[in-house]
Design a protein around this ligand. Structure first.
Ligand code: AMP
Ligand code: TRP
Length: 333
């Protein structure tokens, strides 16, 4: 059976190595796999659940698309589009918000984290965010959703909403109940300065992350300064206990070279830390610099980028508008 893959990424400028290894690289592998139809959506409607500067938002959408394409996503193989261009997403979100229960949404931990102490001031959109995500997924009869660990709960909610809709209207399997695809290895890339924190664009220190648009010198410098410890390179997995920073660097190395951690440990066991760091920096340059150059090239041709989104939106709309029509018919509209 063929797989229908859907995933969404919020538009953001300055994508980093965590986004690449945790999401985009996996998208490319799925796209190039057998029997898969992939849809990748830049979720600009999700972005506005917190305040956005319109000019910045437009720029971020293009930058995210450029990073997708530069990393190997191909608009001829996958459908790549931005959410706001396909109105069925908003319409579906409203309909599904009448299916989802307050009690279900009240359990969402991401809302609690993002809303912080002053929940009264959070937008209704931030609260309803997972319902829009459910619409994204369900409009395309998605079978599999590659997401990070943090989105597992939202996907559970999406499954509940689909089942409830099917039950309420007595029409089994109309909304397909999707499965999560959680990357098992290397799913979380940590900060270069603190191995207990996720690598993130919101970290005030630029030295905590490798950005996809960093040049060679920056990469070398950041890896040189990356936190390690005074112990020698590990000889086995056991030696990595409580050494989160060293583990993280080995995870980055292994993920970029598509090999197991064990293999990387063997490769550097008994060697000097500086040798490992040099190899890591070289590998990063080999993999990231071409992406960085391509992103910059693509950003110089906005018409081309906008054309890709336009074409993707038309393809997505063809599918989503049909599904929403059927949904409305079922509901008596
Ligand atoms: P965000 O910009 O946090 O919305 O993330 C966009 C995508 O990149 C999501 O699929 C995240 O799971 C993934 N991602 C972001 N930061 C990291 C990280 N440090 N390690 C692994 N994946 C990440
Ligand atoms: N909420 C997801 C995130 O923050 C992004 C997202 C929106 C998404 N719609 C989606 C992911 C649909 C997978 C499927 O990472």
């Amino acid at each position: 059976m063929s797989k229908k893959i859907f995933s969404g990424v919020q538009p953001s400028g300055n994508l980093h190595l965590g986004n690449y290894l945790g999401a985009i690289k996996n998208f490319v592998e799925l796209q190039n796999g057998k029997n898969t139809d992939c849809i990748y959506c830049i979720v600009d409607l999700h972005a506005i659940t917190v305040k956005q500067d319109p000019k910045e938002l437009k720029k971020s959408i293009r930058e995210t698309l450029a990073a997708f394409i530069a990393s190997g996503l191909d608009s001829k193989k996958s459908i790549i589009f931005n959410q706001s261009a396909v109105s069925a997403h908003s319409e579906g979100a409203w309909i599904l918000s009448c299916i989802a229960r307050m009690g279900w949404l009240n359990r969402m931990t991401q809302f609690k984290e993002k809303a912080g102490k002053d929940k009264e001031k959070a937008s209704i959109g931030l609260y309803a965010y997972p319902v829009l995500m459910a619409a994204d997924i369900l409009l395309y009869d998605t079978t599999h959703v590659p997401v990070g660990d943090d989105q597992k709960q939202h996907l559970e909610l999406c499954r509940d909403i689909a089942q409830r809709f099917n039950n309420d209207f007595g029409i089994s399997n109309f909304l397909k109940v999707p499965e999560p695809l959680i990357q098992k290895n290397f799913s979380r890339i940590m900060s270069l300065k603190d191995g207990t924190k996720k690598m993130s664009k919101s970290d005030p220190s630029d030295f905590s992350r490798i950005n996809l648009m960093d040049n060679k010198d920056k990469i070398i410098n950041k890896i040189k300064k990356a936190k390690t410890d005074t112990l020698p390179m590990p000889n086995e997995n056991e030696d990595l206990k409580n050494r989160t920073e060293v583990l993280n660097l080995l995870v980055i190395f292994s993920s970029l070279s598509n090999q197991s951690i064990e293999k990387s440990i063997n490769e550097f066991s008994g060697k000097n830390f500086s040798i490992f760091k040099e190899k890591l920096a070289n590998l990063l340059i080999e993999k990231i610099e071409p992406i960085s150059k391509e992103i910059n090239k693509l950003l110089n041709d906005q018409k081309h980028l906008d054309g890709i989104l336009h074409e993707g939106s038309e393809k997505a709309n063809e599918f989503a508008s049909k599904k929403i029509k059927e949904m409305k018919k079922i509901m008596g509209f």
